[in-house]
Design a protein around this ligand. Structure first.
Ligand code: NAD
Ligand code: AHE
Ligand code: ZN
Length: 376
């Protein structure tokens, strides 16, 4: 019978506060749950978004983190799909294969545990974390900023043991989101023209996907020109800084793509999380068929708008979570493809930090780092 484990974790005690390294207790996995040792975890802009207090679902105190590279330490009753010692990546979007969403075949948004996950607790309504006698909440069903964490069995992708966990942890969110949005959500075809707004991990992964899909033009948009060199290495054919132009960026992009009497992109990807860039990404789509995909996460209360005419005239606004990826089915394949050299992962890592320096990892993101990885 598994016992609680005492270990270190980075606890966010309240919205806006720096993380504090604490001694915590991690309870044993209950039925249908798995306890994992976290060896490495990426830091995503969404962790910063929730830490900062912009997430309406933020529940404190909590343990953030959702890009983990882990090894199974123990399993709860009834767990059959993973075993002690397996290498795994926790999934913030599970794949139960039984709920209405999974069975539809139309979406990756398995919703069977979404309500409890959003409240920071396990599916039975309780937390496995305690610190100084207090309950500490889970985050996104993953909480990888801890040496040990507990996740639902349906929220685990088992991956090849040959894969370096300090690299493939990034497939737990950023890379898979951008790449998957191109491949699964938008299904971009060879020869298309596309624009990517925001050149963090999500935007660069979109560019990587577009390049692999055979896009003819990939226009990278960012207000930080230091991102442009990397964007070109990932496959961007042109880079644009909205600050270099007097007119709205959507007009600039339409002019850049003017051909046969009309301009506009076949596909655009918003990887920032701001309503004005979401609007621009829609409005620079080609009349009649252009499609825009929102991936950026906006703060509580933020709304998007455009003239309905933009939609009446055939542009489509959509979005993508985790790149439309069914984690248990597709992530193991992605890890294998990475091992075969089919796409970049190592190139996204912009620094490694020990757990004690996790706040420096957050600060590095403000300075434009793509993905800091915390080695536990
Ligand atoms: P990031 O902060 O590393 O990258 C954002 C980029 O946008 C930066 O390069 C920044 O310079 C640029 N930017 C900021 N304001 C801009 C503007 N006005 N115009 C042009 N460029 C601008 O973030 P990330 O980790 O790549 O994540 C991107 C967004 O996607 C975040 O909102 C994150 O929360 C969200 N996200 C969503 C999913 C999903 O499943 N939908 C998954 C991961 C991340
Ligand atoms: N809690 C926020 C929503 C945040 C959000 O949209 N999260 C994305 C993943 S971001 C990963 O870095 C997502 O998967 N959304 C689908 C879902 O079910 O949460 C809010 O606005 O309340
Ligand atoms: Zn993320």
């Amino acid at each position: 019978m598994a016992q609680p484990i005492n270990c270190k974790a980075a606890v966010c005690w309240e919205a806006g506060a720096d993380l504090v390294i604490e001694d915590i207790a991690v309870g044993p996995p209950k039925a249908g749950e798995v306890r994992v040792k976290v060896l490495a975890t990426g830091v995503c802009h969404t962790d910063e978004y929730t830490r900062s207090g912009m997430d309406s679902e933020g529940t404190f105190p909590c343990i953030l983190g959702h890009e983990g590279g882990c090894v199974v330490e123990s399993v709860g009753e009834g767990v059959t799909t993973v075993a002690v010692g397996d290498h795994v990546i926790p999934l913030y979007i599970p794949e139960c294969r039984e709920c209405k969403f999974c069975k539809s075949g139309k979406t990756n948004l398995c919703s069977i545990i979404r309500v409890t996950q959003g409240k920071g607790v396990m599916p039975d309504g309780t937390s496995r974390f305690t610190c100084k006698g207090q309950t500490v909440y889970h985050f996104m069903g993953t909480s990888t900023f801890s040496e040990y964490t507990v996740v639902a069995e349906i929220s685990i992708a088992k991956v090849a043991k040959e894969a370096p966990l300090e690299k493939v942890c990034l497939l737990g969110c950023g890379i898979t989101t951008g790449y998957g949005a191109v491949m699964n959500t938008m299904k971009c075809e060879a020869g298309c023209n596309a624009a990517v707004f925001g050149l963090g991990a999500v935007g660069l992964a979109s560019i990587m996907g577009l390049s692999k899909a055979g896009a003819k033009r990939i226009i990278a948009v960012d207000i930080n020109p230091k991102k442009f060199e990397l964007a070109k290495q990932f496959g961007a054919t042109e880079c644009v800084n909205p600050k270099d132009h007097d007119k709205p960026i959507q007009e600039v992009l339409i002019e850049m793509t003017f051909e046969d009497g009309a301009g506009g992109l076949d596909y655009t990807f918003e990887c920032i999380g701001r309503p004005e860039t979401m609007r621009a990404a829609l409005e620079c789509c080609h009349k009649g068929w252009g499609k825009s995909c929102i991936m950026g996460v906006a703060g509580a209360g933020v709304e998007v708008s455009t003239r309905p005419f933009q939609l009446v005239t055939g542009r489509t606004w959509t979005g993508s979570a985790f790149g439309g990826t069914r984690g248990r089915t597709q992530l193991p394949q992605m890890v294998d493809e990475y091992l075969q050299g089919q796409f970049k992962v190592d190139e996204f890592v912009t620094g490694e930090f020990p757990l004690e320096k996790i706040n420096d990892a957050f600060h590095s993101m403000h300075d434009g780092a793509i993905r800091p990885v915390v080695i536990m």
